[in-house]
Design a protein around this ligand. Structure first.
Ligand code: DGY
Length: 330
């Protein structure tokens, strides 16, 4: 095997780029590739590994023609890759788990606080010149302490969010693998380093003052939060999404926020990024971030190191350290 040839669809932080350059040849297109250009590049025989971003879609048709040995995603999520098709074509897929847990949990907490305490409305008012000074009833929000935080999904990021929420005096309930649920044993719940109660998906939806989503996007979680779920939530509740946009039916969410079915939402991810559902940006009861969950200097550097290590291993015929489909390698 010669030295690996990497296609890097968008430059990643220099730590990762330097490692890739030291290990092989690196091509970064002058402009982001269109889906057709990505497909052509993947079947061109010019590259061994694509260092990919969430916006790069690797569907079954692309993967059937691809001449790659691997796709190293610069993300922990990998819903942009049809992993079954990749496995069938012996294309290894890598991701960057672990390093963005705290940063993403921080953003979940930020959205909980910002929605509850109307931080963005306050910022707008302060800048606008319309603020007339302290008033007894100016921009009253809701208490976070004493409120119930429901966690949909109970992986690393959910647990880090729970630890933060408990420190803010919130009561934490959770449902692992909603909607069906894959309950933790009583011993596992008792061993958690913070107090939390396990409930069904239905109870989580009914009882949460804040419902925070922490599930991967997959067939079973697409539109997990749909019109029926939004209707079942408390009308005073706030939805927080730092997972994937398509876990929520965004049109239904806009309708629910408009008609008062739901009090507010804090979103870092969207169904059709970077496009927003019509009407979402006009609402005042939402806080909208541009997918910043992992966006700290340190975390993005660590992601770049993991992503490069995965790509270099793939390009050298080795199992990458973080592989989501090891069966493809065997
Ligand atoms: C991920 O890693 O999946 C985030 O959404 C982006 O860092």
């Amino acid at each position: 095997m010669g030295s690996p040839r990497f296609l890097v669809t968008l430059p990643i932080p220099e730590k990762g780029m330097a490692a890739l350059r030291a290990a092989g040849t690196v091509h970064v297109p002058a402009d982001p590739l269109t889906p057709a250009q990505l497909r052509a590049a993947c079947r061109s025989r010019d590259y061994d590994v694509v260092v990919a971003q969430l916006g790069d879609r690797f569907d079954a048709a692309l993967l059937a023609e691809a001449t790659l040995v691997g796709i190293s995603n610069y993300a922990v999520g990998f819903d942009n890759v049809d992993v079954d098709a990749a496995t069938a074509h012996r294309i290894v897929v890598g991701n960057t788990p672990g390093v963005l847990t705290d940063a993403t949990a921080d953003v979940a907490m930020l959205l909980i606080l910002a929605t509850a305490r109307r931080a963005v409305e306050g910022d707008r008012l302060t800048r606008s010149g319309q603020w007339v000074g302290w008033r007894p009833e100016l921009l009253l929000g809701h208490d976070v302490s004493g409120a119930t935080l429901g966690l949909a999904g109970f992986g690393r990021i959910a647990r880090a969010t729970a630890a933060r929420a408990v420190a803010f005096g919130m009561d934490v309930v959770f449902c692992s693998h909603p909607p069906a649920g894959r309950p933790l044993s009583d011993d596992d719940v008792a061993a958690l380093p913070f107090p939390a109660r396990q409930v069904s998906w239905a109870e989580l939806v009914d009882t949460s003052d804040f419902l925070s989503l922490h599930v991967p996007l997959a067939d079973g979680t697409h539109h997990l939060v749909d019109a029926a779920v939004l209707n079942a939530m408390k009308s005073t509740a706030i939805l927080v999404n730092t997972a994937r946009g398509s876990v929520v039916d965004e049109d239904a969410l806009v309708a629910a926020l408009r008609d008062g079915t739901l009090a507010g939402a804090g979103l870092d991810v969207y169904e059709h990024e970077p496009r927003l559902a019509p009407g979402l940006a006009d609402l005042t009861n939402v806080v909208l971030l541009p997918h910043l969950g992992s966006a700290t200097v340190r975390v993005r550097d660590r992601m770049a190191e993991l992503c490069a290590a995965n790509a270099i291993a793939m390009g050298s015929g080795q199992l990458p350290p973080h592989c989501v489909n090891p069966q493809a390698w065997q």
